[in-house]
Design a protein. Structure first.
Length: 217
C-alpha cells in the first residue's frame, strides 16, 4: 500500500502537500532547504540520522554509513546537522554508496559538500547550505533511526517525505494516506483554476472565493 501511495505522492508538488497538512492541522512545509545538485523531486520513506559537534569525541564509524546500509530502494535519508559548525553532513562518496543502494535522495538540515560530484552522478542532494569543509574532527553521528528535527518539524524514522524546488514536506506514516488524498483534491482544484486562467478568465474570479475556501472543504 505504501509503495503505491509514494507513487501518488511523487506526482504532487510540495505546495499541494503543504496545503493538505495545513488543512489537517499537521506541521507544514520546511522552507529554506532546496535542491543543491540535480533538480529532481524526491519522495519516499525516511531514514533518519542525527549529527552533533564532536567536542573531542571520536566517531565509531563514518557518519551516515549505517543509514545507507539500512535503507531499502526508494528510501530518503534525512539528516539533522544543527550544530552551527560549518561542516558537511553529507559528501560525495556517500552519494555514490546511496545511489548504488537505490536511495532516492538525501535531505540535510545543515551543510552538504561534493555537490558537483552529486550532480554528475545524478543523485539528488537537498541541503540548507553547502560547504567544502569536512566533518572529520568537527561533527559526529550520534544516532541513526531516532527522531530528528528538520526546520521546526520533528521527523521520525519511517515517516514519509516529499521534496521539490519549493520546500520539503514531512508526513507522519500513519497520516500518509489521508494527506495524499487531501493533496490530490487540492491539486485537482488548482488544475481547474489553472485551466481557467489559461482560457483568459478574469484573475479576480480565478483567485476569488473558490481559492480562499480551498482549505476548508
Amino acid at each position: 500500500m505504501s509503495d503505491s501511495l509514494v507513487d501518488r505522492l511523487r506526482r504532487i508538488d510540495t505546495c499541494a502537500v503543504s496545503d493538505a497538512l495545513d488543512r489537517l492541522g499537521l506541521p507544514s512545509a520546511v522552507t529554506g532547504i532546496g535542491p543543491r545538485s540535480v533538480r529532481q523531486r524526491i519522495a519516499g520513506r525516511v531514514r533518519t540520522v542525527k549529527l552533533e559537534a564532536a567536542n573531542g569525541r571520536t566517531a565509531k564509524h563514518h557518519l551516515c554509513t549505517t543509514a545507507i546500509e539500512a535503507s531499502d530502494a526508494g528510501d530518503v535519508i534525512v539528516i539533522e546537522q544543527k550544530s552551527g559548525i560549518d561542516a558537511a553532513g553529507w559528501g560525495g562518496i556517500l552519494s555514490i554508496g546511496a545511489k548504488t543502494k537505490g536511495v532516492s535522495g538525501v535531505i540535510v538540515e545543515g551543510p552538504a559538500r561534493d555537490i558537483d560530484e552529486a550532480t554528475e552522478l545524478g543523485f539528488p542532494v537537498y541541503a540548507r547550505s553547502v560547504t567544502a569543509r569536512t566533518a572529520r574532527g568537527r561533527i559526529i553521528e550520534v544516532a541513526t533511526g531516532q527522531p530528528v528535527t528538520i526546520g521546526e518539524v520533528t521527523v521520525a524514522d519511517g515517516d514519509y517525505v516529499l521534496a521539490d524546488g519549493s520546500a520539503v514536506t514531512f508526513i507522519p506514516a500513519v497520516q500518509l494516506e489521508k494527506v495524499v488524498g487531501e493533496a490530490e483534491k487540492i491539486a485537482a482544484r488548482e488544475g481547474l483554476m489553472a485551466k481557467a486562467a489559461r482560457e483568459g478568465k478574469p484573475m479576480s474570479q480565478v483567485m476569488g472565493a473558490d481559492y480562499e475556501q480551498m482549505l476548508k472543504g
